[in-house]
Design a protein around this ligand. Structure first.
Ligand code: FES
Length: 95
């Protein structure tokens, strides 16, 4: 199973392939911003991918548009829409 590492703490969680980053953070007990309960509306659950971008689901146009609308860097990922396919490390401004 893929391992998601949360930086800077280094906390790790094993998740089944296909789990969203949002779900992985919740399973690890990491706080993750949201005001839409992972319904791909608010754009607050963005995370920065430090390692393993290639191990995540592709970033579609709707995700790019939401990142732009919320003025997040285009390299961020909307965690409730991004699925883990292999090992990766992520962080946020508030961890
Ligand atoms: S939790 Fe609202 S867009 Fe992800």
């Amino acid at each position: 199973m893929p391992i998601v590492t949360f930086l800077p703490s280094g906390k790790k969680v094993n998740v089944p392939s296909g789990t969203t980053l949002f779900e992985a953070a919740r399973q690890a007990g990491m706080p993750i911003a949201s005001s839409c309960s992972a319904n791909f509306v608010c754009g607050r659950c963005n995370v920065q991918v430090v390692v393993g971008r290639h191990n995540l689901s592709e970033q579609g146009q709707p995700e790019k548009a939401l990142l732009a609308r919320e003025k997040h860097p285009p390299t961020d990922r909307i965690s409730c829409q991004t699925r883990v396919m292999g090992n990766c490390s992520i962080t946020t401004r508030y961890w």
